[in-house]
Design a protein around this ligand. Structure first.
Ligand code: ADP
Ligand code: MG
Length: 571
């Protein structure tokens, strides 16, 4: 896992090298400073040469400036590296999700994908920012400082070393507690977000039931839980910091007292004593860093593991090796003994066969849940058949590339999904890069011209989140315009007008009829009036295709369909 993680550093090798070498120089300068002081006190001071001392001070000043500059570089480039890696990963994840097949989205919660792209990547980024190079440098500084201290005076160094396990214990202990506290806090903030999302997107329901007070109370409770969790995390953090502060001061004090005693017994020079005290301060920094990293590492790695879990899921439906980019299809469609199930538990389609010629219209009727929508989602290969085959113009659709296949199929559904943006942008989605003339022509064919002309901003009118500012009929017209622009030879209308009132349905139906002209059309309909002119009607039930024929044939046959017909037209 760690090796996988480091592979993300590869594209940023140069940045890493500059960052890393600057950090090493900073560490060396840090270690050299106490030694310089020691030399100043023990060697230079006794000579009594003020001029020399002044010169050394100027030199020290230059070293400080250099060290400040390098610190800036390390800080800035370290973050830059982290941000670059985070950005790369986020893009990779987004691209990967875009490539997934339908079944993936059936089984993955939107919220989970969102939290991968935000929270997890944030944690990974945090670790990558202050990550591996810091860890390395901290260890190096720590070992370096002790080596020098042992060289100066082994006794004193050993005494200082005895304190270290306590410090490490404290840091590790509070890290475990810290991790738990952060985890709880993240859980609570996720629930706070969920509450906000719920009541904002459901605001119309909230208001119509006048349940604002109830929502506020619910939110207050959740907000309170979050407060408690976060407060606890900060309490642990404050405790840890105080503990480390106490321990390190204690270390300094011990070094000072024992050092003073050694000094009185002529075993330690003045300079060495000062240098020792300074070194105990040098030691504190890497301990702090390592403790911070010990906190970031498990969070970052847990996030990285979740990230990889997603990335490693291959899209279910892939183009075959020798899949061809099909040119414009005619649209002869045939289902040849097709069976399909979403999961192993229950078959949805069993041995379905039918065919229709280019330009014809086929209608599916039947009870809800019978599998009509499922039949239609097999044609663009949203799912692959479990058995049998689907051909278009005589070619198995699995031998076509998904892109070239889907470019030839248009789907209009009951709930139209529109994107936040303008009317023009939403129509253009049918054919990206279309000229404004083409967009206008498509809008006109969908009978949107007058409506758009009546808007102050015309084509540039913002339609609100998911087309919130449009009526059901207007949304459906936009979807139809989008389809005119795409102009596919095969059209699927899945209860496109079921959500509309009867009057609007009649008007939209006219537009749909125009859209269906010269295309192979598959219609799923509840209201039989809309499929009178279909070339074939299929009655789909959970047991399969029960009746098949023209509208009039089926009425004459006196079966299920005839029954439906009589119920709908009796009044
Ligand atoms: P219809 O369009 O005729 O109302 P569907 O094709 O939508 O029926 O559904 C057929 C059956 O498949 C139903 O039992 C439904 O519960 C099930 N189903 C539909 N979509 C999915 C899915 N994405 N995952 C699992 N089962 C599904
Ligand atoms: Mg359906």
């Amino acid at each position: 896992m760690l090796r996988k993680f480091f592979s993300y550093y590869k594209p940023h090798k140069r940045l890493f090298m500059i960052d890393f070498s600057s950090a090493i120089i900073v560490a060396i300068l840090e270690l050299a400073f106490p030694l310089a002081v020691q030399w100043l006190i023990d060697t230079l001071l006794p000579t009594g040469e003020w001029g020399m001392i002044a010169k050394v001070s100027v030199l020290l000043l230059l070293v400080y400036i250099l060290s400040t500059f390098l610190n800036f570089i390390v800080n800035y480039l370290g973050h830059k590296l982290g941000i670059n890696i985070e950005t790369d990963m986020r893009q990779e994840l987004f691209n990967h999700v875009q490539r997934q097949s339908f079944r993936f989205f059936d089984n993955t919660k939107t919220g989970h994908i969102m939290s991968r792209i935000t929270n997890d990547l944030f944690d990974i980024g945090e670790f990558a920012h202050h990550g591996p190079e810091d860890f390395f440098i901290a260890i190096m500084t720590f070992i370096g400082a002790f080596t020098i201290m042992f060289n100066i005076n082994p006794t004193l160094a050993s005494i200082a070393l005895v304190m270290v396990p306590f410090l490490i214990w404290l840091v590790t202990f509070s890290n475990v507690k810290m991790n738990k506290a952060w985890k709880k806090m993240y859980g609570e903030i996720a629930d706070v977000n969920a509450r906000v999302e719920d009541s904002v997107s459901g605001v119309r329901v909230v208001k119509s039931f006048t349940n604002e007070k109830f929502e506020m109370t619910r939110f207050r409770q959740q907000n309170g839980l979050f407060r408690t969790a976060k407060l606890y995390a900060y309490k642990i953090m404050a405790g840890t910091h105080s503990g480390i502060y106490m321990m390190t001061r204690l270390l300094t004090l011990v070094v000072l007292v024992v050092g003073a005693w050694l000094n009185l017994n002529d075993q330690l020079s003045h300079g060495e004593l000062v240098s020792f005290v300074l070194f105990t301060n040098v030691l504190i920094k890497p301990i702090d860093k390592i403790s911070a990293l010990l906190e970031l590492y498990p969070k970052g790695m847990a996030g990285f593991k979740r990230f990889r879990d997603l990335i490693d899921q291959e899209p279910e439906i892939q183009d075959r090796e020798n899949a061809v980019d099909v040119p414009a299809l005619h649209g002869d469609i045939a289902f040849d003994h097709v069976s399909f199930n979403y999961d192993q538990s229950k078959p949805v389609l069993k041995d379905i066969s039918f065919s229709l010629n280019a330009g014809e219209t086929i209608a599916f009727v039947g009870p809800s849940g019978a599998g009509k929508t499922t039949i239609c989602s097999l044609i663009p290969r949203f799912y692959d058949v479990s058995d049998g085959a689907i051909t278009i113009d005589g070619m198995d659709i699995r031998d076509m590339t998904q892109k070239s296949l889907r470019e030839q199929i248009g789907i209009v559904q009951q709930d139209v999904f529109l994107f936040t943006g303008t009317i023009r942008e939403n129509i253009e989605y049918g054919k990206l890069g279309a000229s404004f003339e083409e967009i206008q022509a498509a809008a006109e064919r969908a009978h949107l011209k007058e409506f758009i002309a009546s808007l102050p901003d015309g084509y540039e009118t913002q339609i609100g989140e998911r087309g919130l500012k449009l009526s059901g009929g207007q949304k459906q017209r936009l979807a139809i315009a989008r389809m005119f622009l795409k102009n596919p030879p095969i059209l699927i209308l899945d209860e496109a007008t079921s959500a509309l009132d009867t009057e609007t349905e009649m008007i939209i139906q006219e537009s749909l009829a125009e859209l269906a002209e010269n295309r192979t059309t598959l219609v799923i309909a509840h209201r039989l009036a809309t499929i009178r002119n279909a070339d074939q009607v299929l009655v789909v039930t959970p047991n399969g295709i029960e009746e098949q024929g023209t509208y009039d044939e089926l009425v004459a046959a006196g079966g299920v369909f005839a029954n439906l017909h009589h119920i709908q037209f009796k009044k």
